[in-house]
Design a protein around this ligand. Structure first.
Ligand SMILES: [Zn+2]
Length: 157
């Protein structure tokens, strides 16, 4: 028999798990009106806590977070403008190259009419133009990749 009133901890234990409770605590609660009232109050409190809906965000978290994780738009749409710019550069380069070639060819033609040199120069010119054009393409690709990396970095943050 406990002469002192039960501690809050003991009462809570009794409310939560009566079967594993100390004999003295069970006995005290049955005999003591004060502790019984306290226990009933705890019982009510615990049952209300259980009935509380689980905490939830009142907004759709995934709806807000997901667009920031995945790309905002498909890659091909995002890169469309850059491809257009590169294509324009390439077309302009071909135009300029063929114009320059025409001038050069006319000079050569006038200098060495029907000379074998003109055909060799023509071949050299083709080679140079092809090299220059190839170089331009590779540089455009490198530039494009650099741009893409920067865009990806920006999208990530
Ligand atoms: Zn008591």
């Amino acid at each position: 028999m406990i002469t002192k009133h039960l501690s809050d901890f003991d009462i809570q234990q009794w409310v939560l798990d009566k079967t594993n409770c100390d004999e003295n605590i069970i006995e005290h609660i049955h005999e003591c009106e004060h502790c019984k009232t306290k226990a009933e109050a705890y019982q009510l409190l615990f049952s209300e806590i259980k009935e509380q809906p689980k905490p939830a965000f009142d907004f759709n978290l995934s709806e807000i977070i997901l667009p920031q994780i995945s790309p905002a738009q498909p890659a091909f749409q995002r890169n469309g403008l850059m491809k257009l710019i590169i294509a324009s550069f390439a077309i302009a380069a071909i135009g300029i190259a063929s114009y320059l070639y025409k001038i050069q060819f006319n000079i050569f033609y006038k200098k060495y009419i029907l000379d074998i040199t003109s055909s060799i120069s023509k071949g050299v010119m083709y080679l140079l133009l092809t090299s220059a054009f190839t170089l331009l393409i590779f540089q455009s690709i490198a530039l494009y990749k650099k741009y893409q990396r920067k865009i990806d970095d920006l999208n990530f943050y």
